[in-house]
Design a protein around this ligand. Structure first.
Ligand code: TXA
Ligand code: MG
Length: 321
């Protein structure tokens, strides 16, 4: 997909009222959240929503998450909300959880890619929530990267991918979580995870014990986003069980990120925990690009807790399809 420039530089600001007023006029505004930065437009304005797809070069069959500033707004977007979805809301909103629910008719096809469901999330981030509330709109927002690239966890990363393609970047600190939200389908009899995130299956099961992973086939049918290429920096990403597996002789053009010490690479990040590893991953990818690193070696970790989401992103970043 090609990107469409706006013909001028993107404005970088911390003025929430200004960004909210521009959003109401149909403009594209990137904003910080606790997961990654989002690229927002008025979710009920199809023309504004379509411009998100052209700014990112995003395939139009990949639906967007609609962001709200207050839990009651879920009823303005969705209908026939199951009781278990209300329980997930009560436990995890605001936070890094997205619920896929039967949509109300007024939500345009551009936002949901023509599906009969809508994805809803309430961010746990002061600036994000003030921006949504001040705009007095529901905000459709994918991650604010060019399609296929690592999600942005700093405003500078948004600028580097989308300067000249979007109207405004609302500034904020580096995203706390660093990986995108857990996406849970709530349109059938029990919760089904479509995309892992920092809220793990174990966390969901504590609230709704029947919560389950999606099968590969159901995932392809239900979550269009998982079909596309994702999270890929310009450098090659390779997975290793331990830094000692990095080939000798490659150290000078390689980087390592993980939780075990011992790498002798040009650029090395040893995180103190798996969540710290997740927090740094996407910004480390971009630092490696800027330093001309050829191969980024990433340590594999057990697939439990946030490790599940982190391994999902690592496997996609390392795949060539
Ligand atoms: O943390 C996040 O979720 C960030 C911040 C900005 O909120 N947003 C984000 O959006 O990661 P995006 O567009 O990069 O990923 C949204 C995912 C995609 O995999 C998409 O296919 C899925 O959610 N999705 C959205 N609406 C859906 C629906 N109605 N049914 C199934 N999957 C849906
Ligand atoms: Mg994305």
């Amino acid at each position: 997909m090609s990107q469409h420039p706006i013909g001028r530089q993107t404005v970088v600001t911390d003025n929430i009222a200004f960004a909210a007023a521009e959003l109401r006029l149909g403009k594209l505004i990137a904003f910080p959240t606790e997961t990654v930065f989002g690229l927002g437009a008025d979710a009920l304005n199809p023309t504004a929503v379509q411009s998100i797809f052209s700014a990112k070069g995003r395939p139009s069959n990949n639906p967007l998450i609609v962001h709200i500033s207050s839990v009651e707004h879920i009823d303005d977007l969705a209908k026939n909300i199951p009781a278990y979805a209300r329980e997930l809301c009560a436990a995890f909103f605001p936070g890094p959880l997205t619920l896929v629910l039967p949509k109300r008719d007024h939500i345009p096809d551009a936002t949901t890619a023509g599906l009969d469901t809508v994805a809803v999330r309430m961010p746990d981030h002061e600036i994000a929530r003030s921006f949504i509330a001040e705009s007095n709109r529901f905000i459709a927002a994918p991650s604010a990267n060019r399609s296929g690239r690592p999600s942005p966890t700093t405003w500078e990363a948004v600028f580097s991918d989308l300067n000249g393609f979007i109207d405004i970047i609302l500034k904020g600190d580096q995203s706390r979580v660093g990986l995108e939200s857990t996406v849970v389908d709530c349109s059938a009899s029990h919760p089904v995870v479509l995309r892992p995130g920092s809220i793990s299956l174990e966390d969901l099961q504590l609230v709704v014990p029947s919560s389950a992973y999606s099968t590969e086939a159901a995932l392809l049918a239900r979550s269009p986003g998982t079909r596309h290429k994702h999270y890929q920096p310009e450098a090659q990403v390779r997975l290793v069980g331990h830094p000692s597996e990095i080939p000798i002789g490659e150290s000078e053009t390689a980087a390592f990120i993980g939780i075990s010490a011992g790498a002798t690479t040009e650029l090395t990040l040893v995180a103190g925990s798996v969540s710290e590893y997740a927090h740094h991953l996407f910004s480390f990818f971009r630092t490696c690009e800027n330093r001309g690193v050829k191969t980024i070696y990433c340590e594999t970790i057990p697939k439990n807790g946030i490790g599940w989401a982190l391994m999902d992103r690592l496997e996609r970043a390392a795949s060539d399809t």
